[in-house]
Design a protein around this ligand. Structure first.
Ligand SMILES: [Zn+2]
Length: 178
């Protein structure tokens, strides 16, 4: 067997799927916290060695900060908890595909893996508009898994925007665009 070539590991894969579903559940709970205060429901969790390092949710409206994405809060808190800006070996779970800024932060933090729920066709930088996870010009690669509890994650967003429309608030929706 060639060095580095792995045998299929169905049990390991099943465990990873189970873990991914579990941690995405926590990201969904974070997203719901955002939704409860009128923010677009997007949530994120940083996990390493089975432990939560940081979590966060979208707070763009409350903070009046265009960079207050769920991932940024989760990454900042994780780095603080780890007492290290390098989050080697960490996985970021997020309900919506990260944008270019957040993928930039993920790469700067040298994270190992990103798992997201639904795609963002208007702003996604992990496959939709760009794929910053695997660009040979950058000095770091990130493993990607998409579609974990994807329908649930997309459902949070579509019901949030449907409720906004029902409330007849003025709100122009051009897709998600985060
Ligand atoms: Zn973002």
């Amino acid at each position: 067997m060639k060095k580095g070539l792995r045998q299929p590991d169905p049990l390991g894969q099943m465990k990873q799927e189970k873990d991914d579903n579990y941690w995405m559940g926590m990201a969904i709970r974070e997203a719901n916290k955002a939704g409860a205060i009128g923010e677009v429901p997007i949530g994120a969790v940083v996990v390493r060695d089975g432990k939560v390092l940081g979590r966060g949710y979208n707070l763009r409206e409350k903070s009046l900060d265009p960079t207050s994405h769920a991932e940024m809060t989760a990454i900042r808190r994780a780095a603080k908890k780890a007492e290290n800006w390098r989050l080697l070996g960490a996985t970021l779970y997020v309900t919506l595909e990260p944008c270019a800024m957040c993928m930039g932060a993920i790469i700067l933090a040298r994270m190992e893996r990103v798992v997201f729920g639904c795609h963002d066709p208007k702003a996604g930088a992990a496959g939709s508009l760009y794929d910053l996870s695997n660009d040979a010009r950058l000095n770091h690669r990130v493993a990607l898994t998409s579609g974990v509890r994807g329908e649930e994650c997309a459902g949070l967003l579509s019901s949030f925007f449907a409720a906004l429309r029902r409330n007849k608030k003025q709100f122009l929706v051009f897709g998600f665009g985060f």
